[in-house]
Design a protein around this ligand. Structure first.
Ligand SMILES: [Zn+2]
Ligand SMILES: [Zn+2]
Length: 191
């Protein structure tokens, strides 16, 4: 049975995922933030951003996210997509730690070799889906999704591209949105 949430139709699977995010992961964010900070501080003390609070990050389920997780560096909101829920609890936590590290580790916007090395030494997955056995599944799912997609949304600044099957809000009104990586303007390309 489908229900409504904030005026949106939500099926039982989505409902379950939203609840897991709200009830299991959201309450842990302050502890996970603290842990990421401590782990990074042991490796690169000078590159750890200090926040006055551990109640900074938010987390939300978004079924359009094609990675396990992504973070908006301006709002500190982590979004997790369907792939997140294929992971073990430990890998889910790693996904959250990785996304937080994008904000807490100064200079970590790209997954450069140097940044990946720092994360590995801190015991944080160096790419969002760092569990090797899962990488292939993710790649296949991503390829599949891209193949089935009808729209590409491209950032005119950094070139980051995401894909949509349905005519979602961002497809209809790209001018109302900004690139989650760099804040650049978006254009929609029909495929
Ligand atoms: Zn990343
Ligand atoms: Zn961009």
């Amino acid at each position: 049975m489908a229900t409504f949430r904030n005026g949106k139709l939500v099926n039982p699977v989505m409902e379950q995922r939203i609840r897991e995010v709200e009830e299991v992961w959201a309450p842990q964010l302050p502890d996970i933030h603290k842990e990421v900070e401590e782990r990074l501080r042991r490796v690169v003390p000078n590159r750890v951003r200090n926040f006055k609070t551990y109640h900074l990050f938010e987390i939300e389920y978004d079924e359009n996210i094609q990675y396990a997780g992504q973070i908006n560096k301006l709002t500190y909101k982590i979004k997790v997509g369907p792939l997140f829920f294929r992971e073990t609890d430990e890998n889910k936590k790693q996904t959250i730690m990785h996304e937080m590290a994008h904000v807490i580790l100064i200079g970590f916007s790209k997954h450069t070799k140097g940044n990946r090395e720092i994360l590995r030494r801190a015991g944080i997955h160096a790419i969002a889906n760092d569990a090797p056995e899962l990488n292939e599944i993710y790649q296949q799912q991503k390829d599949n999704y891209i193949r089935r997609s009808n729209y590409a949304i491209k950032c005119i600044n950094c070139g980051a591209t995401s894909y949509r099957i349905q005519k979602s809000k961002v497809v209809q009104y790209p001018e109302r949105f900004r690139c989650s990586k760099c804040g650049g303007k978006l254009v929609v390309i029909s495929r």
